[in-house]
Design a protein around this ligand. Sequence first.
Ligand code: HEM
Ligand SMILES: *[C@@H]1O[C@H](CO)[C@@H](O)[C@H](O)[C@H]1NC(C)=O
Ligand SMILES: *[C@@H]1O[C@H](CO)[C@@H](O)[C@H](O)[C@H]1NC(C)=O
Length: 335
Amino acid sequence: MLTAMGQKLFPYFTIPFCLMLFLSPLTLPLVSSQLNYNFYDYSCPHLSMMVGFGVWSALQNDTRIAASLLRLHFHDCFVNGCDGSVLLDDSKYGSERNAFPNRNSLRGFEVIDNIKADVERYCPSTVSCADILTLAASEAVRRVGGPYWRVPLGRRDGTTANEMDANTQLPSPVEPLQNITAKFISKGLDLKDVVVLSGGHTIGFAQCFTFKGRLFDFKRSGKPDPSLDPSSLSNLQSKCPNSDASNSNLVPLDSTSTDRFDNSYYTNLKSKTGLLESDQALMGDPQTAALVNFYSTMNQNYFYNDFSASMAKLGNVGVLTGQNGQIRKKCEFVN
Ligand code: HEM
Ligand SMILES: *[C@@H]1O[C@H](CO)[C@@H](O)[C@H](O)[C@H]1NC(C)=O
Ligand SMILES: *[C@@H]1O[C@H](CO)[C@@H](O)[C@H](O)[C@H]1NC(C)=O
């Protein structure tokens, strides 16, 4: 009986099987080195709904969470690729969460952990934390009025985190534009991506210590930053008094529309009200100033389209695919 069945099925099995054997050395590396839009269509068909719900419910409680998720994804991708390493909280592997730009600053870990728990219930050991974080960032931007871009999937999770790399590779708000640009270029991004992705600062907050130097003693001049609008200066000085006690006070990165993803980041820069030194520095270089001018004056869709394109580039940085890395069961821990 079994033999008969086997014989009957023989031709159906063997032809595709032979083709696979023949083609696999050629096609597997090509296919597996790339992400694609349909990666979980069969293995986890409701993935985007689950991520969407997780981001939506987090936003009901905390409007800032959209900004925090966007930044969490950026800080994941910028340190050894979009591999979910920023989410690891395992002392055995070191922790990017403890690096200077991240400690007491990055937020949104519980949102990702909750979505992951939900996803594990329906599609166990199938969807990477890196993909969940990438989807969540896109969903977050869309939910606060920003553009929508489709996210190609198939990233796998890294098995290490590197605190020192996070310290040296992430951009600092007080380093020159040239240095920031060099860091972007080292990730396969370019000067335009610096301007476009800095537009992410149209939502969210910064702590006073990240820009206080501009308010009282800019570059040890004993004076405020001359590229900061005077009325904005006095407003910021009252929110961030010149003592360590104000260091962690929060100030909106875009005070004109803090919770809306729009192009006002760029109009702020033109009116000298950019918050971080690295924001306002985009006006100090003719090439980047021309782009700022473009995004602030043109229809907002130009910014939206370019932001989507740059986010797609960011989401491709150093991804692990195929047999590399793993699918973590919990985003905080290596399996
Ligand atoms: C260009 C170099 C960049 C520098 C120097 C920089 C620096 C900073 C700093 C210092 C903060 C405040 C952190 C704190 O006070 O705890 C911040 C917040 C933020 N950054 Fe950036 N950033 C850069 C690029 C980006 C990019 C590329 C994105 C995303 C596309 C981004 C998205 C955000 C968001 C959304 C927040 C607010 C987070 C929140 O409210 O939780 N930044 N950034
Ligand atoms: C709601 O948001 C606050 C931060 O604003 C956070 O501390 C708290 O854990 C959140 N609660 C839930 C249920 O997500
Ligand atoms: C900027 O980069 C240069 C060259 O790599 C380096 O010497 C300098 O210390 C950097 N400046 C800052 C403020 O990090």
